[in-house]
Structures are given as C-alpha cells and as structure tokens.
Write a protein of this length. Structure first.
Length: 316
C-alpha cells in the first residue's frame, strides 16, 4: 500500500485543479454495469487454485463463491464496460493533462451482504465517492480517487459494496527531492512491520527466510501472523537454500518511474522448498526469461541502505 503524508499536500486545498476535481464527487463512474459472465464454478475453481483456498464451502452442491471474489464478477477485461461514464473519463483526463499521468492501485475495501452462488447474474453501479487533496507520496505527488461500486443480484438485492482507491500521480517528488535528500531517485522502501520484520532481518544477513508452521509444518511466504493451512499462530523460520525455477513472469514496460529502468522481468519463483516468491529475474536480457528456467538467489544492493533478494539465471 502507498503511504502518504502531506506537508505540501495541505496547501493544495485552494488550488484550482483540486476545486475542479472535487466537483466530480458524487457523479457516476459506471451506470447499468452488467457482469460479463454469471457466477460460475470454473472461475471459482481457478480462483481457489490460485489462492490455495481449499474451503469446502466453495465446491460441490450448494457451493458459494468466495466473498473476496466480489469484484471479479464486475471486471470488464481488456474491452472494458460500456457503462463507464463520461464523467469518470473526464476526471482522469483532467489529471492526465495536469501531469499526473501515472497510476497505481493503492487499496480496496469490501463489504459482503449476501452470498453469491453459481448461476447468479450480477449488475452494478459505481460512483466517484471522493477525490483527496494533493498528496506527496514515496512514488510522487498526486491525488487519490476513490470509487464505490454497489453489486446486486439479478433480483436487485444488494450483494456487496466494493470501494477501490487509485493514486494518479506525477512520478518523483517524494523523498528524493525533499530538502537534504539526494538528487538520485530512490526505490520505494518496503513496509516493515511486526509480522514481516524477521524476513527483512534475514535479508540484511543475506538469508532468505521462510515461515514454518509449528502446528502442521507447512512452509509459507509471504510472512503472515497465522498458518493458512491449520490456523496455528505458532511458527519458526527456516532458511531457503536459494535454488528455484521461474514458475511465471511478466516484463514491465510501463509506467516509467525514475527509480527503475524498464523494461525488466519480474518472476514468480518456485523455490526448491515448494514456496513461491515474487522478485526480479536477473543475469539475462528480459526477452530471454522463460518458464522453467533455473535460477539462483542473490542479493542486489539498489542504494546505500536497501538490499533486495533477486534471482539470477543459472549459468549467467
């Protein structure tokens, strides 16, 4: 999640752009949206397999859809939805024209009111709920735009509400150009908390640590306060041996960001221990990364106080 604060953002309340953006609050973002597919078992199965969710409530007679799939049934795919409003496009266009052309999804909130079951058809409407004052974040300076989507069954019953927040921003303008900071843009800092501090302590010591449940022995990554297999909150840490293969990958071309140098490959690495980790694939041109490619853990220093685990192609 993007963290934000606002020494400079507070002063933006009175700027002309903010006033124009604020006028879009309460206007429709999507009207009369209809799910492209009814709730269906294949999509539920794919979701559960991807998430590793084996809850029996999602299979067999009387199955329900996982509540967290609420947004899935409203997604328009590459072709989008015909119900998207002119007002929403105008709002994003204003931000683009003002130089806030980059976008990142920051967070979402969902409220579940009714189970969705295979065969349910969904409809939805979305509203531009709020536009923040200008904020300075570690990515850059921009505006948070929040939409609220109400999702209904074919009978008109409200099934749930989905709030989705994006940041439209101009890259840079974060920590790197505050007084006394170096001119060279820096990578965003990882968020370290009590749940994952042990992982980052391991990185500092050039060790890739995985959690192991003390109840059932299941290994897990990323670090979590409880076991997703048995629910136990007891665990210890074990060190991965560092070998793995590329399970899947993407090549990042856009958006450009001063602290990065696209294009570059980001891989989902399956470790020898069976756990999967997301990190950069290095040692070969991005166009040569392939599924199944063997890789080996190494630690890459990206600036004076940040070192990250990455995976180098074996033999490179």
């Amino acid at each position: 999640m993007v963290r934000y604060g606002g020494s400079r953002g507070r002063a933006a309340v009175a700027d002309g752009l903010y006033g124009r953006l604020k006028a879009y609050e309460g206007r429709a973002a999507v009207t009369g949206g209809v799910g492209k597919d009814p709730v269906n078992e294949p999509m539920i199965r794919h979701w559960c397999e991807a998430m590793g969710d084996t809850n029996p409530a999602y299979t067999g007679p009387g199955a329900i859809a996982p509540p967290a799939m609420l947004q899935v049934w409203t997604m328009g795919g590459l072709s989008g939805h015909p119900g998207r409003s002119q007002a929403y496009d105008e709002l994003l266009g204003l931000l683009d024209e003002a130089g806030y052309g980059a976008v990142v999804a920051t967070d979402c909130e969902q409220e579940y009111l009714r189970d969705l079951r295979p065969g349910d058809a969904v409809s939805f409407d979305a509203v531009i709920e709020s536009v923040s004052e200008r904020r300075t974040t570690r990515l850059g300076t921009g505006y948070f735009v929040t939409t609220r989507t109400d999702i209904r069954t074919d009978g008109g019953e409200l099934a749930g509400t989905h709030r989705f927040r994006i940041l439209k921003y101009a890259p840079g303008g974060g920590r790197a150009d505050q007084p006394g900071q170096a001119d060279r843009p820096r990578r965003p800092r990882p968020v370290v908390n009590r749940d994952n501090a042990g992982f980052w302590e391991g990185v500092a010591a050039h060790r890739l640590l995985l959690q192991r449940c003390a109840g059932c022995g299941t290994l897990r990554f990323p670090w979590l306060p409880g076991c997703w297999s048995c629910g136990s909150d007891r665990w210890d840490a074990v060190e991965a041996d560092g070998s793995g293969t590329v399970y899947s990958y993407v090549v990042v071309h856009h958006p450009p960001f001063p602290a990065f140098d696209p294009p570059y490959a980001v891989g989902l690495i399956e470790l020898a221990e069976g756990v999967r980790v997301v990190s950069n694939v290095t040692g070969v041109p991005y166009g040569e990364v392939r599924i199944g490619m063997p890789v080996r853990l190494e630690f890459q220093r990206v600036d004076e106080d940040l070192e990250l685990p990455v995976f180098r192609a074996v033999g490179s």
